[in-house]
Write a protein that binds this ligand. Sequence first.
Ligand code: PCA
Length: 326
Amino acid sequence: MMMKIAKCMLVAGVGTLALSSAASAATTWDMATPYPDGNFHTKNILMFAEEIEKATGGEFKIKVHSNASLLKMPEIKRGVQTGQAVLGEILLSAYGNEDPFFALDGIPFVSTGYDTAKEVWDKTRPFIESRFEKSGLIPLYAVSWPGQGLYTKEAVSSTADFKGVKFRTYNAATSRLAELMGAVPTTVQAAEVPQAFATGLVSTMITSAITGVDSQSWDFVNYFYDVGALNNKNVVFMNADAFNGLDPKTQEAIRNAAAAAEKRGWEMSAEAHAASLKTLADKGMNVAKPNDAFYGELKAIGEQMINEWLEKSGADGKAFWESYRK
Ligand code: PCA
């Protein structure tokens, strides 16, 4: 019996040796993402994966499980922490309840366009990195969604039109916004939006033109108001033990691919936004900007929300906000 085990171990040992010396020994990492294949974030991630595979001579492959097919968005961060997937993508602000710095970019009028979104990312990145690292995760890059808008069945001209309306949201900040507009928020993941409208769970929503196209919003709403002033980000990250166990060359290949994906992603976001506005109009939707008074009402809600955020975010939050508002 003993001999048998020893022989087995020997064979296994030789096997491992042979494998690790062969250039063809490939490792495949699972990556969990929330958005569909047609979405620019996913397209960018596929390019990121391809670059890593190429730069490592095929030694590391990433299998992308898109559209919440491996893990639902609220499970992805924990799933990468516990090794169910090696890499993941999340909407950072959907994890706002974990930390005020994750919530920040989901607050209306904090980032109003890509330039300010980039500034918010650069200035908060150290805070976000240290918080991810404490949970055994390494953030690799972030890409902004375009500004958000409101989808309705009927024309609207002020927040009063949302009173008592069942309103699809995607994080704590958009739920708070809906509440302050007088609406009744329900959190629905992007992948489940069409079903939520079809079953009458919601009749209006906040999201980008892009997600409006991904969910074929013309099937259930008629108006898109491109408010714009809410650029929140997706963050792509990796299990820290997996990353730290790699040789420096592979780590560098990942860092390089991440830097390229971040740069490319922000450009893809703006292009996808323009194309999506056109698609919505082509599909017969009324695409408009909110009138000035309505915009002003939303802006006042944003101010109230940032004050609420400052009460929760402590000294780090106050220091960030003072340096950002300069
Ligand atoms: N789409 C995602 C988050 C932000 C966006 O534009 C969603 O609606 O869930």
